[in-house]
Write a protein that binds this ligand. Structure first.
Ligand code: IPM
Ligand code: MG
Length: 356
């Protein structure tokens, strides 16, 4: 198993270290495991003058899977795109063709009190946002800031999706729904945007090949509302890059903390990049305060999707469940009477729970 480890910046470093710790414990000594560390984000600039150093890119390309932490630094949106730490991840997604982003929002019963929503709204929640990750307004050209004839500046980005891009993500969504509750809700803005009109048409056509999967459509504004009002109606939500970005943070809150949410970004060849949905959290970075569970669960997704080790992936999932049941909590999910722990203690607790 050849894994590129790209911890990046901020709490990315701390949480990735815990995921690696748990990975070693899960596999024991019998698996040939090759971990290759490489810098990305601000760490990439420091090491090689580029947020996505060529060397890092190559290591990622040659690996079977990539374990990613977080990249970026406060205020980096003013830095030009190519040199922006936060954009290194976007470049990597594009370069490796990681178009299918799985973002499950699963509520561990132990955390029901950590959600800001009433227990009866979120109890039993188990949905998956399937976000298209290499197209849309994130990558569409033309883009930029230019000066108009009247001398004022104007910013523009372009929402674009080709039929083939929509088709391939739709297929992944329908196939995934077949392993779940056989429901796909496609989220778009077809009432306003031509790109989304095409989205709806193509998803509808692909859906005809999956008669056993129920397909519904929802406008993104209504979907945002429904996620708060009645989130349990959803199984798989398939949507474009920008809507998926926004809805997945919203869905994260249903589960209590964004610190709990793992994700997988897959290419056609099953290569995958695995990362927590959360970012660098500079306010708590370097203080052993971050919740490593999203990173640990992302590593579990790696075992499942890139290495076909469902058993080990289940063990990781069960161990996380066990530490929560034992009352271990980092600050983001703390409850009265819990056992408050730091990042590394949480990792240790998961390792200890693996054997049970
Ligand atoms: C995410 C993040 C990224 C995105 C940022 C860090 C570029 O918010 O993975 O959801 O917008 O895709
Ligand atoms: Mg986001």
């Amino acid at each position: 198993m050849k894994i590129a480890v790209l911890p990046g910046d901020g709490i990315g470093k701390e949480v990735t270290a815990e995921a690696v710790k748990v990975l070693h414990a899960v596999l024991g000594k019998n698996t040939a495991l090759e971990l290759i560390d490489a810098p990305i984000g601000a760490a990439g600039i420091e090491a090689a003058g580029d947020p996505l150093p060529a060397k890092t890119s190559e290591i990622a390309r040659k690996a079977d899977a990539i374990l990613f932490g977080a990249a970026g630094m406060p205020g980096d949106e003013v830095i030009p795109y190519a040199m922006r730490p936060g954009a290194s991840l976007l470049r990597l997604r594009k370069e490796l063709g990681l178009f299918a982003n799985f973002r499950p929002a699963f509520l561990f019963p132990e955390l029901i009190g950590a959600s800001t929503l009433r227990p009866e709204i979120v109890e039993g929640l188990d949905l998956l946002i399937m976000r298209e990750l290499t197209g849309d307004v994130y990558f569409g050209e033309p883009r930029g800031i230019s000066t108009t004839a009247s001398g004022e500046r104007e910013g523009y980005n372009t929402m674009r999706y080709s039929e083939s891009e929509i088709e391939r993500i739709a297929h992944v969504a329908f196939r995934t729904a077949r392993q779940r509750r056989h429901k796909v809700c496609s989220v778009d803005k077809a009432n306003v945007l031509e790109t989304m009109q095409l989205w709806r048409e193509v998803v509808t056509n692909v859906g005809k090949q999956y008669p056993d999967v129920e397909l519904t459509h929802m406008f993104v504004d209504a979907a945002a509302m429904m996620l708060m009002r009645a989130p349990k109606q959803f199984d798989v939500i398939v949507t474009g890059n920008i809507f998926g970005d926004i809805l997945s943070d919203e869905a994260a809150m249903l589960t209590g903390s964004i610190g709990m949410l793992p994700s997988a970004s897959l290419a056609l060849d099953h290569k995958g990049l695995y990362e927590p949905v959360h970012g660098t959290a500079p306010d708590i970075a370097g203080r052993n305060l971050a919740n490593p569970l999203a990173s640990i669960l992302s590593m579990g997704m790696m075992l499942r999707y890139s290495f076909n080790q469902a058993d080990n992936a289940d063990r990781v999932q069960r161990a996380v469940r066990a530490v929560l049941a034992d009352g271990y909590r980092t600050g983001d999910i703390a409850q009265p009477g819990c056992k408050r722990v730091g990042t590394s203690e949480m990792g240790d607790a998961v390792v200890a729970a693996l054997g049970r």
